[in-house]
Design a protein around this ligand. Structure first.
Ligand SMILES: Cc1ncc(COP(=O)(O)O)c(C=O)c1O
Length: 356
């Protein structure tokens, strides 16, 4: 029997793998998803307690995202009209690709790039050109400049997940300025890096900078993403593309309170950076891994043939990190999130014991 259009559509969707979520383990040291355990859980308990009087969950959160945008505006020092919000930056990526891009557009990005972004390009059948990382897990600016004329959309996560790489500022600025099309710079991890290019949105009308409260603010479970762009883009997105109530009341109120305490989170980001340096140093001292520099809250290292075994042995000891397999030129790549001092020490001790 001939299949109708809907059955064919479902057949095509079924062929896609979709974004593979991490496996769920209970009672483990969870260092596989770039979350932020350095934030004390009691801190959030207090914030959520404080939101209780402010909300009536029987109502739609009318005016809520506007107040959240005002708090974001204070935090990043950009005008309210240049900020839009979404249910995690994942949702913003989805809406941008689904509404602003088309099959006729070609996307230029890195290999590897953020996995969800890649899956979404496949879903919307938007062709991509990918520039690979070199053996040091760095990107070459000239390679991007050479390919940029044939692309309509440039997407870079800066810093990159999973490598932790960020272009030097002058190189990223040059690339953005020379690109003729939509530029999406995903700054999910930017608070752990040395610079942000968010202020470039003041001059560049074709630039969208994605940000999130999932990483440095440790609020992955509340799903609060935002972006910065020129006023016209933000207006079209927020008024027409975005849902009327993309964020729930609890997320909005907790997010606003968290943003008012941004100093606390800046201190946490500094702590994470120090711990990142310690992890990189200790892993390098073991002299068996290729350990890459990182500007994010995780560290990528290559264990060659031992990657799979190390990943499994750590799980048996209750420590979960991300097993990536081949990344660029390196086999057996593993990515560990920076956690609390104790979590990091437990990880380092476990991995050292495995090598003995
Ligand atoms: C580069 C990058 N962008 C965006 C996200 C998603 O962030 P959110 O939790 O705001 O959807 C992640 C999460 O891992 C990420 O690595």
């Amino acid at each position: 029997m001939r299949k109708n259009w809907f059955e064919k559509k479902i057949d095509n969707l079924s062929k896609l793998s979709g974004y593979k979520k991490p496996d769920k383990y209970s009672n483990v040291i969870k260092l596989d998803s770039n979350e932020n355990y350095a934030v004390d859980p009691s801190f959030f308990q207090d914030l959520i307690d404080q939101t209780r009087d402010k909300m009536d969950v029987r109502e739609y959160p009318l005016g809520g995202t506007e107040r959240l945008v005002a708090a974001l505006s204070d935090y990043i020092k950009m005008p309210k009209e240049t900020i839009g919000v979404g249910n995690g930056s994942d949702q913003i990526i989805d809406l941008i690709l689904g509404n602003l891009a088309s099959k006729e557009n070609r996307i230029l990005t890195s290999e590897p790039t953020f996995g969800f972004f890649e899956e979404r390009c496949k879903l919307y059948t938007i062709p991509t050109t990918k520039i690979p990382f070199n053996g040091e897990m760095k990107l070459n600016l000239e390679d991007f400049l050479a390919s940029s004329k044939k692309a309509d959309i440039l997407y870079l996560d800066s810093p990159n997940n999973p490598t932790g790489f960020q272009f030097p500022r002058n190189q990223l600025e040059k690339l953005i300025q020379s690109f003729n099309g939509l530029v999406i710079i995903d700054e999910a991890y930017v608070e752990f890096a040395d610079y942000s290019i968010v202020s470039m949105t003041r001059k560049m009308d074709n630039l969208i900078v994605l940000r999130t409260l999932s990483k440095s603010f440790g609020l992955a479970g509340l799903r609060i993403g935002y972006f910065v762009a020129n006023k016209k883009t933000v207006d079209a997105f927020s008024r027409v593309v975005q849902y009327p109530y993309p964020l729930n009341t609890i997320a909005i109120e907790t997010g606003i309170l968290a943003l008012k305490r941004s100093k606390y989170f800046a201190d946490i980001a500094n702590f994470v950076k120090k711990e990142r340096t310690r992890i990189i140093k200790k892993l390098r001292e073991m002299k068996v891994f290729k350990v890459f520099d990182s500007e994010a809250n995780f560290v990528l290292f290559a264990a060659d043939g031992a990657g799979q075994r190390i990943h499994k042995a750590l799980i048996e000891q209750g420590i979960v990190i991300k097993n990536l397999g081949k990344v660029g030129k390196h086999n057996g790549c593993l990515r560990v999130t920076v956690g609390t001092q104790e979590m990091n020490s437990r990880f380092l001790t476990a991995i050292r014991d495995l090598l003995n």
